[in-house]
Write a protein that binds this ligand. Structure first.
Ligand SMILES: *[C@@H]1O[C@H](CO)[C@@H](O)[C@H](O)[C@H]1NC(C)=O
Ligand SMILES: *[C@@H]1O[C@H](CO)[C@@H](O)[C@H](O)[C@H]1NC(C)=O
Ligand SMILES: *[C@@H]1O[C@H](CO)[C@@H](O)[C@H](O)[C@H]1NC(C)=O
Ligand SMILES: *[C@@H]1O[C@H](CO)[C@@H](O)[C@H](O)[C@H]1NC(C)=O
Ligand SMILES: *[C@@H]1O[C@H](CO)[C@@H](O)[C@H](O)[C@H]1NC(C)=O
Ligand SMILES: *[C@@H]1O[C@H](CO)[C@@H](O)[C@H](O)[C@H]1NC(C)=O
Ligand SMILES: *[C@@H]1O[C@H](CO)[C@@H](O)[C@H](O)[C@H]1NC(C)=O
Ligand SMILES: *[C@@H]1O[C@H](CO)[C@@H](O)[C@H](O)[C@H]1NC(C)=O
Ligand SMILES: *[C@@H]1O[C@H](CO)[C@@H](O)[C@H](O)[C@H]1NC(C)=O
Length: 751
């Protein structure tokens, strides 16, 4: 096989430095946005910065975007029944603003979501315009990318295809996301300080494998070596030794956010979220998860055909590799599942996250290239339907109205799709039965069937307008230029080779204008439109090709467009904004009911149903249960549903962990919808280096009465003892010794 441990990645490192960065302000969202920003303004006014060695002003910010932790279908696998039921890690929006000496600025945001969506960006820009006025942060200079975690609540799209499994759009999701993004950007704005930016790159092995090698080898100029190539870029601080303080980093690396598989129901930021949290903990301490001031951004790149499941795809029944082209086992796609490198999905998430974190840290220590020069940006919306492209040999070709192929329905080895479908299904292989069903919903035009060849069209989404559009037509395209760094915003999942072609095109345009630049690809940016493969990959119609919406020339059209944008940047000629992005959120339907009411399963909300034991040792798991209520009643943004607390000085309890920590799990179980009863389980995996002492666990809930009144409550376990392993070992030692002495009167050395 072509995957396995030979897979190499290129890492670009960008480093940021700021001098005398010393203001950190807590966020209390309940204070109201405006009050909160006033306090930041004051801090901003009193800042005393040394701007001697700095070429930019740089600011970082972070905001909580954890949507409803119960009963909302997760966005990513589109699997019915994969509904949220708790939290493993919280989701965040991380923002950086970089301004040059003329005041020209860009804002890059990375969210722990499956993708950024058009409606989210529209709502964020609307709010930023209210806060900062028109023209400070707009569509053109704000770029929002996503980590592509598949373990977050969905419902934050306006196009129907992406919210079918959520039964429509979810107001709670959209609100949590937009408010959190706006908070992160506002924090970054008020944190702007003179700083430096350095860039570095490197290779990362064993962290991302190609999950569609059959498509990949269709590409000319393909070699196993070139396949072993993915990008990482990173922003980091260089100047700890030049009296600056590290402010944050950005790392771009192409790997799917599918370490947590489609059986997971706990909200999780997956491998990139883990890496970010791990890095931030080094600077901010264990207790400041999601609070800054140091921010580590682990962003996505051209991850279309990448997978973090480094053991590769195997048949569940036989353990053998799956069919190379169709991704099936004995003609069944659901048996072909990829996994690894860990023993379960939690360990795999941690390992893949850890590798990205370690590589970033290593690059951050090396001397990077100082980035200097002006900041510029270019942005244009384009209609991707029926876009004409002139090929090199002067032939005109066209993109198509959007359609999804049979192979789309098959899913991938990172998450199987519907039964009866398989990857690699081409025109002529379709099932008459499914065509029949499809024609009842909507009959594709002859034109779309012809244009989308060799795709076997399952859903002609571009022609489906009931009750509103199923997929977007207008796609935003965007590029930033920061000195010699060029950041490209890809509004879809581009395969590794597709991205590489765009990067080479742009490098060439800059070379022609006499400049050598580093081109960085940022994926899942600003909007979502499934996949983009190369023309050659498309011909095989695996999942990625079946999901390339606008036909076999989709990549041609994007290459053409990004070349135009690059020419605009090199020549200084402006481009128009293009057609306006549609916003039909006001007409959206949501069929998902809200919380009806809660009723305690026992005597009262928060009552302990399973209490803690008297004592635990480091490395063991505490598992307690409370009488619960629906977490959708209050999302506890910037807060937590649980705390692990340690007794200090006999009187004060100090928080040691929250629901954002890797070591805790907050699990909500519905017992009866009719009665409104539920239970909450809190798990705490005691770290090996735990500080021994007296601990307790608390649960913060909110119940909704029959009269729809929401009231907070707190549950609390009894205090319990936590002892370190060495104590434990000592005890065994003395026990064994006593035992042995009494039995035999002698004891061999214990070691
Ligand atoms: C805060 O800092 C920003 C960036 O340096 C600056 O543009 C703004 O005027 C400052 N605000 C105040 C109130 O000083
Ligand atoms: C969500 O609901 C609130 C309150 O009903 C409303 O003001 C807001 O406009 C809604 N947001 C969206 C995006 O629909
Ligand atoms: C293959 O590589 C050659 C030499 O680098 C280049 O001229 C050619 O354009 C490439 N072909 C494709 C399809 O990328
Ligand atoms: C760092 O600070 C020290 C002591 O203030 C000074 O001697 C040194 O030149 C500074 N280094 C840089 C690179 O600014
Ligand atoms: C998901 O991972 C778990 C282990 O954490 C494993 O038991 C299960 O089979 C996996 N399921 C799929 C569909 O990959
Ligand atoms: C995009 O282009 C197609 C084909 O020209 C056209 O039918 C469609 O109305 C356009 N969409 C929008 C939103 O302008
Ligand atoms: C132009 O190139 C395309 C793609 O390589 C090819 O399919 C087409 O036949 C060529 N047209 C001519 C007129 O050579
Ligand atoms: C606990 O007591 C010690 C010694 O009396 C004192 O130094 C420390 O500040 C106290 N800590 C807290 C949190 O009160
Ligand atoms: C509530 O549901 C959970 C999980 O489904 C189950 O373990 C528990 O026993 C139920 N509790 C009651 C009181 O029925």
């Amino acid at each position: 096989m072509y995957y396995t441990n030979k897979f190499i990645s290129i890492l670009f490192v960008l480093a940021l430095t700021v001098h005398h960065y010393h203001h950190q302000i807590e966020c209390h969202r309940t204070d109201g946005l405006h009050k909160f920003y006033q306090s930041k303004l004051a801090a901003n006014q009193t800042s005393n910065v040394n701007s001697k060695a700095s070429s930019y002003k740089i600011g970082f910010g972070i905001g909580d975007i954890t949507g409803p932790a119960a009963e909302i279908n997760m966005m990513g696998y589109a699997k019915i029944g994969q509904d949220t039921k708790g939290i493993h890690m919280r989701l965040y929006s991380r923002a950086v603003i970089i301004a040059d000496q003329t005041g020209s600025r860009i804002c890059y945001v990375n969210v722990d979501l499956a993708s950024t969506t058009q409606i989210v960006k529209i709502l964020v820009i609307e709010q930023l315009e209210k806060l900062f006025g028109i023209g400070v942060y707009g569509h053109e200079n704000v770029m929002i990318g996503a980590t592509h975690t598949h373990s977050g609540p969905g419902g934050y799209f306006q196009y129907l295809l992406y919210i079918i499994t959520q039964e429509g759009y979810i107001n709670n999701s959209i609100t949590a996301i937009t408010e959190g993004i706006v908070k992160s950007i506002s924090d970054a704005h008020y944190n702007l300080r003179p700083g430096q930016l350095t860039y570095n790159k490197g290779e990362l092995l064993d962290t991302s494998v190609n999950r569609s090698p059959a498509s990949y080898i269709m590409n000319p100029n393909m070699s196993v070596q070139s396949m072993d190539y993915i990008i990482i870029n990173l922003f980091k601080d260089k100047a700890i030794d030049t009296n600056g303080t590290l402010m944050g980093i950005i790392d771009w690396f192409a790997v799917h956010g599918t370490s947590m598989n489609n059986t997971n129901k706990l909200i999780s930021s997956d491998n990139k979220g883990y890496a970010a949290m791990r890095y931030e903990e080094d600077y901010n301490g264990r207790l400041r998860i999601g609070k800054g001031p140091f921010v580590a951004i682990f962003a996505q790149a051209n991850e279309g055909d990448s997978s973090p499941n480094t053991k590769g795809a195997r048949c569940l029944d036989t353990g053998l590799p799956c069919d190379f082209i169709h991704g099936t086992c004995n003609n069944k796609n659901e048996l072909c599942v990829a996994s690894g490198p860990g023993k379960d999905m939690f360990e795999s998430t941690k390992i893949i996250g850890e590798r990205q974190y370690e590589k970033a840290k290593e690059l951050a220590k090396e001397t990077g290239e100082l980035v200097q020069g002006r900041i510029r940006y270019v942005y244009q919306n384009i209609n991707m339907t029926e876009r004409t492209v002139n090929l090199d040999n002067n032939t005109m070709v066209k993109t198509c109205a959007a359609a999804l192929g049979y192979s789309f329905a098959a899913g991938t080895s990172d998450g199987e799709g519907a039964q009866f479908f398989q990857q690699g299904t081409k025109l002529g292989d379709e099932s008459k039965f499914f065509d029949f069903i499809r024609n009842i919903i909507t009959k594709p035009s002859e034109e779309i069937l012809e244009c989308q060849k060799p795709k076997a069209v399952l859903l002609p989404v571009g022609e489906m307008k009931f009750p509103y559009q199923w997929t977007p037509e207008i796609m935003p395209t965007q590029m930033f230029e920061i000195g010699d760094l060029v950041l490209v915003g890809l509004p879809a999942e581009f395969t590794t080779m597709s991205g590489r072609r765009i990067r080479e095109d742009i490098e060439k345009i800059y070379e022609d204008s006499g400049r050598k630049v580093h081109v960085i690809l940022s994926g899942l940016v600003n909007s979502y439109s499934n996949y983009v493969t190369t023309y050659e990959e498309y011909q095989l119609q695996r999942y990625e090709g079946g999901s390339t919406l606008f036909g076999q020339y989709t990549l041609h059209a994007y290459r053409d467009q990004f070349k135009n944008l690059a020419k605009s940047l090199t020549s200084g000629e402006t481009v128009s904004l293009g057609p306006k992005l549609p916003n039909f959120i006001k007409t959206e339907i949501s069929l998902k009911p809200g919380v009806l009411y809660d009723w305690p399963i026992s005597k009262y909300f928060g009552e302990v149903l399973t209490d803690a034991l008297e004592q635990y040792y480091a490395g063991s798991r505490v598992k307690v249960k409370f009488c619960g209520a629906n977490p959708r009643n209050n999302l506890h943004l910037e807060g937590t549903f649980l705390t692990v607390e340690r007794l200090k000085n006999g009187t004060q309890w100090e928080v040691q962990a929250t629901d954002a920590h890797w070591e805790t799990m907050f699990i909500w179980n519905r017992n009866s919808t009719l009665l409104g009863t539920s239970e909450v389980t809190v798990m705490w995996d005691i770290p090996l280096d735990v500080e021994p002492g007296t601990y307790r666990i608390r649960y913060f809930g909110d119940s909704k009465s029959l009269r729809q009144k929401i009231e907070p409550f707190v549950g609390e376990t009894r205090p319990f003892q936590v002892r370190s392993l060495s104590e434990f070992e000592n005890e065994i030692y003395s026990f064994v010794k006593r035992f042995d002495l009494s039995q035999k009167g002698s004891f061999p050395s214990w070691k």
